[in-house]
Write a protein that binds this ligand. Structure first.
Ligand SMILES: Cc1cc2nc3c(=O)[nH]c(=O)nc-3n(C[C@H](O)[C@H](O)[C@H](O)COP(=O)(O)O)c2cc1C
Length: 210
């Protein structure tokens, strides 16, 4: 693959995975690292990704995904969830991490920390949860492009019942809430969607050059 444009032409939302094909441990590790390298607002990463490879759990997630079969046929299902434990202590912890990792005394970060805390103190609970949800969607876009570059097939899935996912994966106890999912693996050779031409607007309809 020559460049990112080739990778983006290669990728598509897979409707049928090869259920005999698996991903290597190395590939799964790369997927996890790619997720962790996503940009996020302030770098706060108010989310987690659950990597479901357990066959029984995958099967249970099919009815919770309106019967979409690509869920069970995939090699793994990535579930993107927002953290429900995001609060001022979380921000304090973030700055402690920054201080350690960048070797900057905590007191030098005090001004920035107070600014950040102030910006969240002014937000309602709903605003914070919609902010966190936006961050999750950003990671999904980041994953779609990155996985294409790694030649790992994927299908973004918004068609799911988040509460059912939370229950099956016991996410309440982990202080998480499901937002979206993404089965990943290897496309089936007979997935008709693989050869369907992309439906996209003309550049002149979607880009404004000024
Ligand atoms: C946020 C989001 C949610 C989606 N949810 C589903 C889904 O539940 N099931 C599905 O088969 N495809 C889903 N898709 C895939 C889109 O239908 C697909 O990306 C779009 O038709 C463009 O086709 P392409 O990705 O194959 O180029 C979703 C895509 C996005 C970005």
């Amino acid at each position: 693959m020559n460049n990112i444009l080739d990778a983006l032409e290669w990728r598509y939302a897979v409707k049928k995975f090869d259920d005999k094909a698996s991903l290597t441990e190395q590939q799964i590790l790369e997927v996890k690292k790619v997720f962790n390298l996503s940009a996020s607002s302030y770098g706060l990463q108010p989310y987690k990704m659950i990597v479901v490879q357990n066959p029984e759990l995958k099967e249970k997630l099919v009815p919770a995904s309106f019967g979409q079969q690509q869920i069970s046929q995939s090699a793994a299902i990535l579930v993107f969830a927002v953290r429900t434990d995001f609060d001022m202590d979380y921000i304090d912890q973030f700055f402690e991490d920054m201080s350690t990792k960048r070797q900057i005394p905590l007191e030098n970060l005090e001004g920035y920390k107070n600014f950040m805390k102030g910006s969240f103190a002014n937000k309602s609970e709903n605003e914070i949860s919609s902010w966190a949800k936006n961050q999750v969607y950003l990671t999904m876009g980041h994953m779609l492009v990155s996985l294409a570059a790694l030649q790992i097939d994927a299908c973004p899935i918004e068609g799911l019942d988040p509460q059912a996912y939370d229950k099956i994966l016991d996410l309440d106890a982990k202080q998480l809430k499901t937002i979206v999912a993404m089965p990943i693996g290897v496309r089936s050779p007979d997935d008709a969607s693989a050869t369907a031409l992309k439906v996209r607007k003309d550049l002149s309809d979607i880009i404004i050059d000024l």
